[in-house]
Design a protein around this ligand. Structure first.
Ligand code: SAM
Length: 278
């Protein structure tokens, strides 16, 4: 079946792979039957490939709730989004919904999903950022005309999610990898190893993603390799990462960094694509 070009990321996401798809596509296995992306984020590669069987996961429960709402009830999600306006006061009052935990927990999943989509479109630089209490804390973006209700893309993604066998979870990536069938292809795009103390964003979730986490991930890749599953991993081209994956095929790619709160740090950096197959 020909892929639907309208199926595309619905959220702007730090580390999003849209800019890198041309470099990644030639490195993919010729055939992908079952696809797994345990660090899905904005899902640039997933939405480009539109696999018929997919295990899709992210530790960010709010993000996965957005995908679940798109799958289960996209028309009500679009209706809820239409209530939001690109106004500073409304932005901060909606952003602060999660400050009252009890009230927030009583909101419908559709309302929560609409809030995340709205904040993502109207906040500064589309940066999904949480404070140490796990509360959304990016400032208002003051954009001229943000596309808050992107109905054609939301409906196209909903149609894809409902026409394929897409399983959505929000657990630690290692749990997802344990259950995969042997024919699964795994694309791993974790928070990157910082190229310097100030340049890399790992604040997706509380506690960040440390070098110990990177080592745990490499051990999971070794385990996938020993089970005969194919994987491709993206990360920054630091010496530490190149050492960790020295046993595998490493391809260097140049990628633009569009999202960084410090505009002087946007631009191009070296990335690696690591594969256990040729
Ligand atoms: C670099 S981003 C993925 C970007 C994605 N490929 C895209 O195109 O937008 C990394 C993602 O990993 C998620 N993450 C961080 N720690 C995780 C963990 N232990 N298990 C699963 N997901 C995790 C973050 O929430 C974030 O969405």
């Amino acid at each position: 079946m020909k892929n639907n070009k309208l199926v595309a990321p619905v959220l702007k996401w730090v580390g999003g792979k849209r800019q890198l798809l041309d470099a990644l596509r030639p490195l993919l296995p010729k055939e992908i039957t079952t696809y797994c992306e345990p660090f899905v984020g904005g899902g640039a590669l997933l939405f480009q490939l539109q696999p018929t069987t997919a295990f899709i996961n992210d530790i960010n429960a709010e993000l996965i709730n957005v995908y679940q709402a798109i799958k289960d009830d996209v028309e009500n999600l679009i209706n809820a989004l239409q209530e939001f306006k690109n106004e500073e006061n409304m932005f901060y009052s909606v952003r602060d919904w999660d400050r009252n935990k009890k009230e927030y927990a009583s909101l419908s999943d559709i309302k929560k999903a609409a809030r995340i989509l709205y904040l993502n479109k109207t906040c500064y630089n589309g940066l999904f950022r949480v404070n140490s209490a796990g509360e959304f804390n990016a400032p208002f973006g003051n954009h001229r005309n943000p596309n808050i209700v992107n109905a054609p893309t939301l409906r196209a993604v909903s149609a894809y999610f409902n026409s394929a066998d897409v399983r959505l979870t929000s657990i630690d990536y290692a749990e997802v990898l344990k259950e995969l069938p042997k024919d699964a292809f795994v694309y791993l795009d974790p928070p990157y190893d910082p190229v310097s103390d100030t340049s890399s964003f790992t604040g997706y979730a509380k506690g960040g993603f440390t070098r110990d986490d990177q080592i745990r991930l490499r051990e999971c890749c070794d385990e996938l390799n020993s089970r005969g599953l194919k994987f491709m991993l993206s990360n920054s081209a630091t010496d530490f990462i190149k050492e960790q994956y020295a046993a595998y095929h490493i391809t260097i790619a140049r990628a633009k960094r569009a999202i960084n709160s410090d505009s002087t740090k946007r631009g191009e950096i070296n990335e690696v694509a690591v594969r256990n197959y040729k």
